[in-house]
Unconditional design. Structure first.
Length: 130
């Protein structure tokens, strides 16, 4: 499920970015907004991106129902690193050195936090009733 979460999030983000680039700049006039709306609604790339992001939300909620957020968050952080790399490869975006440093720091932070022992506690029935 975590793999589905990361794949769906990254694919959906990339497809939406590509779809928005295909539509181009929106003219801030009534006819320009109508034209942009029509292009958005008829864009297959945007609809497929929305489908993947819906899959991300479903898998994300499913994983959160099975595991604590502290276990799920690292997958999202590494997904961000993968998304940055995919944006460079597939969308030919330029990524500044500051952003790469930020991605590296996020991954290092996730690795450090992931090495800590879980501190979850069970709630007894007596505490729930009180």
């Amino acid at each position: 499920m975590i793999l589905a979460m990361v794949v769906c999030a990254n694919t959906g983000d990339l497809l939406l970015k590509r779809g928005m680039t295909q539509i181009g700049a929106v003219q801030l006039s009534v006819s320009g907004i109508h034209h942009a709306f029509f292009l958005t609604v008829t864009s297959g790339t945007i609809w497929i991106g929305i489908f993947f992001l819906t899959g991300f939300m479903i898998s994300y909620m499913t994983v959160l129902s099975w595991a604590d957020y502290s276990y799920v968050m690292p997958a999202g952080a590494f997904g961000y690193a993968v998304l940055t790399l995919l944006a460079v490869v597939f969308l030919h975006e330029s990524v500044s050195p500051r952003r790469w440093i930020g991605v590296a720091l996020i991954c290092i932070g996730v690795l450090l936090v992931g090495q800590t022992k879980p501190r979850t506690t069970q709630v007894s029935a007596v505490q729930v009733i009180a």
